[in-house]
Design a protein around this ligand. Structure first.
Ligand SMILES: [Cu+2]
Length: 361
């Protein structure tokens, strides 16, 4: 037993459900005194390797970085280029991870087209990458959603073409054989196919994506977190994240977007997974409208508190600001918020509206 480093042994015991107290009990065994002394005087094996230097300062997508609404009555052809990138970035300060992304952000860029448009999509796998990548878009009627047509090895580029024949908000994701690992590392995003008549007018639009990170460390443990296949198979993530980093879109990190009271905002939300459903809820508000699964061709549900968004699916939801204060966007499986990093905030600014809400009555 003494040949196993202390930190490793403790972790193994924890994994087996044996508490630290039990470890202390073990130390009472005959001959354990020497071991106990050794534990006190021997520097402990670091639980993690050191945080790596980062390739990019930020991996979290800007929720306001969205193409303009479509104002067009005729179909067009889009030439869209995407680059797959493998980059070290921080999950939270002091914690690094080697992400895989579309265009260096999580979620990947929002692609916006109109029903009937044609898309020529070019995917380049950066030369410095170590793995093959591709893209499967749920807006594509075709083999693997384009996955086979876009399979690229490092340094390779491929183009394929598709017509967006049906409207809605759809996920796209990497779909190589280890697709769960690639999605978990950040390879997902949304393609929005607007109906021919467009979408209702709103004052603001925001784009968010939820997914899970599976690592060998604990949430908040400083250092470089390596991917962990065992916790992924067990669907027990280290982090559950909004836009790829812990609490990224909040005043404490990169800042929160604001809307004014009286304004309406539309939220485009994608659950990358790879495994967990989101119970998507706006704390301090309600979804005034939700198009579940992003199925914009049908009617919206009204005044929805929490909308389920399955892995590999999306939601389009509207918020109407009637009072000032933050709206916290969460997965209402709240341990993911309190302990695993899942939170974004949209700010409402404006005068009090005591008829609707009076905090000091
Ligand atoms: Cu990939």
């Amino acid at each position: 037993m003494s040949s196993i480093p202390t930190a490793t042994r403790r972790r193994v015991l924890q994994a087996l459900g044996v508490s630290t107290a039990a470890v202390a009990g073990c130390a009472q065994a005959p001959g354990a005194e020497t071991e106990q002394t050794a534990e006190r005087t021997t520097p402990q094996e670091p639980a993690m390797t050191q945080a790596k230097s980062t390739d990019v300062d930020r991996i979290a997508a800007d929720p306001t970085d969205i193409p303009d609404p479509i104002d067009r009555s005729e179909p067009t052809t889009h030439s869209i280029e995407m680059t797959t990138k493998e980059q070290v970035a921080e999950v939270e300060p002091g914690v690094t991870y080697t992400y895989m992304t579309f265009d260096g952000q999580v979620p990947g860029p929002l692609i916006r087209v109109r029903r009937g448009d044609t898309v020529e999509l070019t995917v380049t796998n950066e030369e410095s990458n170590s793995m093959p990548h591709n893209i499967d878009l749920h807006a594509v009627r075709g083999t693997g959603g384009g996955a086979e047509a876009s399979m690229v090895t490092p340094g390779q580029t491929k183009t394929f073409r598709f017509k967006a024949t049906y409207p809605g908000a759809f996920i796209y994701h990497c779909a190589v054989p280890n697709m769960d690992m690639h999605i978990s590392s950040g390879m997902f995003g949304m393609i929005l196919v607007e109906p021919k008549d467009g979408l209702p007018e709103v004052d603001h639009e925001f784009y968010f994506g939820q997914h899970e990170l599976y690592t060998k460390g604990e949430a908040g443990e400083e250092g470089h977190h390596d991917f962990d296949i065992e916790s992924m198979k067990a669907e027990d993530p280290t982090y559950v994240l909004m836009n790829g980093e812990k609490y990224a879109i909040t005043p404490d990190r990169y800042g929160s977007p604001s809307i004014k009271t009286g304004e309406t905002a539309r939220v485009y939300f994608v659950t990358g997974g790879p495994n967990l459903d989101s119970s998507f809820h706006p704390i301090g508000s309600v979804w005034d409208e939700v198009w579940q699964q992003g199925a914009i061709a049908g009617p919206a549900n009204k005044f929805v508190q929490t909308t389920p968004v399955k892995p590999g699916s999306c939601a389009i939801a509207t918020l109407h600001a009637e009072v000032p204060g933050p709206i916290k966007l969460v997965d209402h499986a709240l341990s993911r918020v309190a302990r695993k990093g899942m939170l974004a905030i949209i700010n409402r600014e404006g005068p009090k509206n005591p008829e609707v809400f009076e905090p000091e009555a």
